[in-house]
Design a protein around this ligand. Structure first.
Ligand code: CDP
Ligand code: CDP
Length: 240
């Protein structure tokens, strides 16, 4: 069977990471969380005290930073981790999952030259196909020719509640209204920015998983992927 490039885009808390990881495991594909790259760079900028408005410094920072995503250990999978994230050689898998880092990531993600650096890395990582990559602009910019594109969505209330529960489990003291505001503010910035805004690609399948669990959502996407694999095998002259 041909190996597909699967792009999953959508707003914060829509289930991209959990669902994409599951789909990749079932299909034996690679999995890449592009948001983790924006978060890792944001963590470095925060540690350096770099202003989120200093575009030239952030571009230079993006160019001189080494971000690596690796598959999680079995213990990290059990704890819900998706990719292990290394920033200039040091593991920052946990450190990048704060609301502060999320906000900083969405601010530096508005800068075209920062995106260019990270998008080039993502394209290199996915060049061989057989990958599920998730983010905001995967189906529109990173892999516009992806054979399967999903736009994953859920109601803002459900997305905020999911994220709040994660914070609760980690012992973060954020209230549900605080998390709701963080998610809504970030979505608005991601949807309204000039470069690579969060938008559904014309050929993306809209999957609303407001009332669906991770398993059910992943099963639906695996089914769509298997159909696409068969179509492509048929088009290439193989048996359908
Ligand atoms: O990557 P994204 O921000 O889109 O979402 P996620 O990190 O995969 O999911 C956010 C939280 O919602 C996680 O704790 C998931 O377990 C949970 N979730 C859920 O309860 N039901 C779904 N259908 C999808 C995700
Ligand atoms: O997990 P969650 O959906 O909350 O966010 P994320 O996927 O980790 O992404 C963090 C931020 O990075 C987003 O709010 C976007 O501003 C940015 N991002 C982006 O601009 N393009 C991507 N392909 C992925 C993330």
């Amino acid at each position: 069977m041909p190996k597909l490039t699967i792009a999953i885009d959508g707003p914060a808390g829509s289930g991209k990471s959990s669902v994409a990881r599951r789909v990749a495991a079932v299909l034996s594909y690679l999995y890449l969380d592009s948001g983790a790259m924006y978060r890792a760079l944001a963590l470095k900028a925060l540690r350096h005290g770099t202003s989120p408005d200093d575009e030239r410094r952030l571009e230079a920072l993006a160019k001189e930073t080494h971000i690596e995503l690796r598959p999680p250990t079995p213990e990290q999978v059990a704890a819900g981790a998706n990719n292990r994230v290394f920033l200039d050689g040091d593991e920052v898998t946990q450190e990048i999952r704060t609301a502060e880092v999320a906000q900083a990531a969405s601010r530096l993600a508005t800068i075209a030259k920062v995106r260019q650096v990270l998008v080039a890395e993502q394209q290199r990582a996915g060049a061989g196909g057989g990958i599920v990559m998730e983010g905001r602009d995967i189906g529109t910019v990173v892999f516009p020719k992806a054979e399967l594109k999903i736009f994953l969505d859920a109601s803002p209330e459900v997305r905020a509640e999911r994220r709040w529960k994660e914070h609760q489990e980690k012992g973060d003291r954020l209230t549900l209204p605080e998390v709701f505001d963080e998610v809504i503010e970030r979505d608005k910035r991601d949807r309204e920015r000039k470069v690579s805004p969060l938008v559904r690609a014309a050929d993306a399948v809209l999957v609303d998983n407001t009332a669906m669990g991770i398993e059910e959502t992943a099963r639906l996407i695996v089914m769509l992927a298997r159909e696409r694999e068969k179509e492509l095998a048929g088009a290439a002259g193989g048996k359908p």
